[in-house]
Design a protein around this ligand. Structure first.
Ligand code: NDP
Ligand code: ZN
Length: 189
């Protein structure tokens, strides 16, 4: 049986602690207002489970992928505790929040093909988790149309990373189909 290295587990545990602390006051946008940090945990779990990703740097960056975008955390703070590679992976998947939302969404599509292989993995796992949320635990005020628009945009981003990881792509497109069937078949459409 494969053994997990002591240092890897220590790094991952300290990212769990760091992320849980940084996101502690935030909630997801679903009706239940799920604690925000459940989302990065899900992203890391999708990489580990569905993607069979075993690179601890990528798994650690996945746990922390929203700390720079959505909390006061500075890149230097991440580098000090988790190293340069984790910092740079996170920055690759961090949107510039000073730009209008439409521009940010378009830039994600344009930048996706040029991301490093590790950042592409985090990006696709993030999209898997977010479309799952949009399908099964959406923000309560979102119309069916808006949810379908989100799925279409996520598909554009994932298409732009074609070939990044077969298992994760398969999972994404399976969910996308499920979501479209579910939402498209709704009597509210
Ligand atoms: P937001 O960016 O406002 O919200 C989606 C993001 O919120 C996700 O990418 C995710 O990001 C985070 N999130 C937190 N909780 C949830 C959850 N439960 N379900 C899904 N996502 C969650 O929305 P949009 O991506 O839709 O961006 C706004 C766009 O919507 C604009 O392009 C605008 O034109 C359009 N719009 C459409 C409307 C319509 O009715 N058709 C109405 C208003 C706007 P993370 O992983 O970073 O947490
Ligand atoms: Zn995310």
């Amino acid at each position: 049986m494969n053994q997990i290295a002591y240092e890897d587990f220590t790094l991952f545990m300290s990212a769990l602690k760091f992320g849980a602390h940084k996101h502690r006051w935030q909630r997801r946008k679903d009706a239940e207002q799920t604690p925000y940090f459940n989302h990065p945990i899900n992203v890391a779990e999708v990489l580990w489970g569905s993607g069979a990703v075993r690179d601890i740097t990528i798994l650690t960056a996945a746990l922390l992928h929203d700390v720079i975008e959505d909390t006061e955390t500075l890149p230097d703070e991440v580098e000090r505790d988790f190293g340069k590679v984790v910092r740079s992976l996170i920055l690759e998947v961090t949107d510039d929040k000073s730009l209008p939302k439409e521009t940010r969404k378009e830039l994600q599509v344009q930048h996706a093909p040029h991301l490093s292989p590790g950042a592409k993995l985090i990006k696709i796992a993030d999209k898997i988790c977010n479309i799952k949320d949009v399908i099964y635990s959406p923000p309560p005020n979102w119309s069916i149309e808006r949810r379908l628009e989100y799925l279409a945009w996520a598909e554009r981003v994932v298409k732009a990373m074609n070939g990044c990881n077969e298992r994760l792509e398969e999972e994404f497109y399976r969910l996308l189909k499920e979501g479209r069937e579910r939402l498209g078949g709704s009597r509210w459409k």
